[in-house]
Design a protein around this ligand. Structure first.
Ligand code: GUN
Ligand code: ZN
Length: 430
């Protein structure tokens, strides 16, 4: 791929903004030089321009170039049941999620939904995601196939679920193991794809299935693990009854070797101090899913407790219990949850969680999360003009941080003018 330069205002984060001002990379008139799908250079126009050596320059006056967003937890087969009202996770699962997922044994359903889902991610500026498929092998194959066509950085896996679920969406410990293994061999590391061993949560897997999930991780270093942890109080009670030998919920995953540096746990709303300490010590990743946690009334995530424990935190949209595929909407709700928990979360922190924080949670920060030289060139051109209210607010802002905050609170897919994946244009706003 030839060298291409993109000129405009550029913002990205080199570290957690709590680390200080050095974490912020901002060039009012900046340029991003992309070569072979990777960032070759980033800096002020006046400094980098002499080194462009004839590379074509695309200009975005009035636009803001930022890294592509990272969705650390989402279910692609649940796009059809978003906004289905329920007041409890376990009821919602049996009333909506399980019936919706039962359609995914059909290849055509899986392929059509995967196309819709990935195109929506790109329209919302999400270029990296950790995604649940269903228990059907074809559902994961469909998502891998479509993600490969789009050259997106997608990590997914077939759900493991051999109890407490309808027959049509269940596997067995053995078939779950065999099919996951076959998928890892076929897809992990192909293009920008990765595999995540995906036991749905403790309640829907037998001890044998969790044991085999741990074996999959041991046999395939570099493969992720994704699951749910401590989302709902009824769920906690049921886990206590199902695993009487485990002192707490997190211990179920620890017992089977599922709490690793490549594990990402969604929710984590009701963990004890001891669970947090162990989770931090094991360097696990966490997906903070504010729209979902609020929608199902599951609880309020404590960002400070998570970070203090040493966990790596990203944001998850968690569609279909979550209510938007937009990381803007997710930042907005994350901010409000932090307000209620009396935790500071300014614009820089919100953008960090949606970009580099998410990449760190997924341990993909050597590849994505910001626009440092060498990273894969996944980036967005944001444009406030399509949102009249935000445009009006922008006219009254005097700093980058104020503009970013208005974006985080007021933004949606209309703010995403263009999405680039590995340096190639993948979406243009209609
Ligand atoms: N826990 C187990 N499965 C699910 C799911 O599909 N969505 C949410 N939000 N929580 C879960
Ligand atoms: Zn989920």
């Amino acid at each position: 791929m030839p060298r291409h330069a993109f000129r405009g205002s550029i913002f990205h984060l080199l570290d957690d903004p709590s680390a200080g001002e050095a974490a912020v990379g901002h060039f009012e008139d900046g340029v991003l030089l992309v070569e072979d799908g990777h960032v070759a250079e980033i800096g002020p126009w006046t400094e980098v321009a002499p080194r462009l050596e004839g590379a074509p320059v695309q200009r975005f006056p009035g636009g803001l170039i930022v890294p592509g967003f990272v969705d650390a937890h989402v279910h692609f087969p649940q796009v059809d049941i978003v906004a289905s009202p329920e007041n409890n996770l376990l009821h919602w699962l049996s009333a909506y999620a399980f019936p919706a997922e039962s359609r995914f044994h059909h290849e055509d359903v899986a392929a059509e939904t995967a196309r819709f889902f990935l195109d929506q991610l790109l329209a919302n500026g999400t270029t990296t995601a950790l995604v649940f498929a269903t228990a059907h092998k074809v559902s994961a194959e469909a998502l891998f196939t479509e993600a490969l066509k789009r050259n997106m950085r997608i990590v997914t896996g077939k759900v493991l679920m051999d109890r407490n679920a309808p027959a049509g969406i269940s596997d067995t410990a053995e078939t779950g193991y065999q099919e996951s293994r076959a998928l890892i061999h076929a897809w992990h590391g192909k293009g920008r794809l990765g595999y995540a061993v995906t036991p749905r949560f403790a309640l829907t897997s037998s001890d044998r299935q969790l044991e085999l999930a741990g074996r999959l991780l041991k046999e395939h270093p570099g493969v992720h693990l994704q699951t749910h942890l401590s989302e709902n109080l009824d769920e906690l009670e049921a886990v206590r009854r199902a695993f009487p030998d485990c002192a707490d919920y997190f211990m179920v995953y620890e017992k089977y070797g599922l709490a690793t540096q490549l594990s990402v746990f969604a929710h984590c709303l009701h963990l004890s101090t001891d669970e947090w300490a162990r989770l931090g010590k094991r360097h696990c990743g966490i997906a903070f899913c504010p729209t979902s946690n609020l929608f199902l009334g599951s609880g309020l995530f404590d960002l400070l407790v998570a970070e203090t424990a040493g966990a790596r935190v990203g944001l998850g949209t968690d569609i279909g219990a979550g209510t938007s595929l937009s990381l803007f909407a997710t930042m907005n709700e994350a901010f409000k949850v932090c307000q209620l928990k009396k935790r500071a979360a300014g614009a820089l922190k919100l953008f960090y969680l949606a970009t580099l924080g998410g990449a760190r949670a997924l341990r993909l920060d050597d590849k994505v999360g910001n626009l440092a030289p060498g990273k894969e060139a996944d980036f967005l051109v944001l444009d406030a003009k399509a949102l009249p209210l935000m445009q009006r607010r922008w006219n009254r802002t005097s700093s980058l941080v104020e503009k970013l905050f208005a974006l985080a609170i007021l933004g949606d897919d209309r703010a995403v003018a263009r999405t680039y994946v590995a340096g190639a244009l993948a979406h243009t706003r209609a």
